[in-house]
Design a protein around this ligand. Sequence first.
Ligand code: HEM
Length: 123
Amino acid sequence: MLTRTDAHVTTWVIAIILFIVALLLHKAGREKAAKIVHMIVRLFYILVIITGALLFFNNQSINPGLYGVKLLVGLLVVVLMEMILVRTVNKKGTGLLWVLFIILFLAVLYIGLRLPMGWHPFA
Ligand code: HEM
């Protein structure tokens, strides 16, 4: 758990899938279902953060700078997901948030895969 990335990868993949499902349900006008899935997405935010934090505290001494950036960008991606969902439900603009989300999501994937645990195709 503290060096293997499986739990972390599983939780963020499920979080992203449910995030998209919640948006699609909202778009389809199925507000009640969208609300329930949104609650489950929030539970997965917590699991992503807990599994990421465990990996962080156990391994950050290897490269504190890059691990610090990974933690920060990972948290920002989670915050952006929540902001996009809330603003979509409230019918507010999300254009800039989507641009930031895509850039930071790609960045967090790249940094995560560069860091030493789990897969490292770029190392
Ligand atoms: C949706 C948000 C996130 C995504 C998409 C994401 C993505 C990733 C990816 C792709 C990896 C590499 C997995 C592997 O090589 O097997 C990883 C590892 C990691 N993530 Fe995240 N992450 C997210 C959120 C977070 C958060 C919030 C934290 C901190 C609280 C965090 C901390 C870490 C740490 C410490 C590692 C281990 C890096 C290593 O030693 O190789 N992540 N993450």
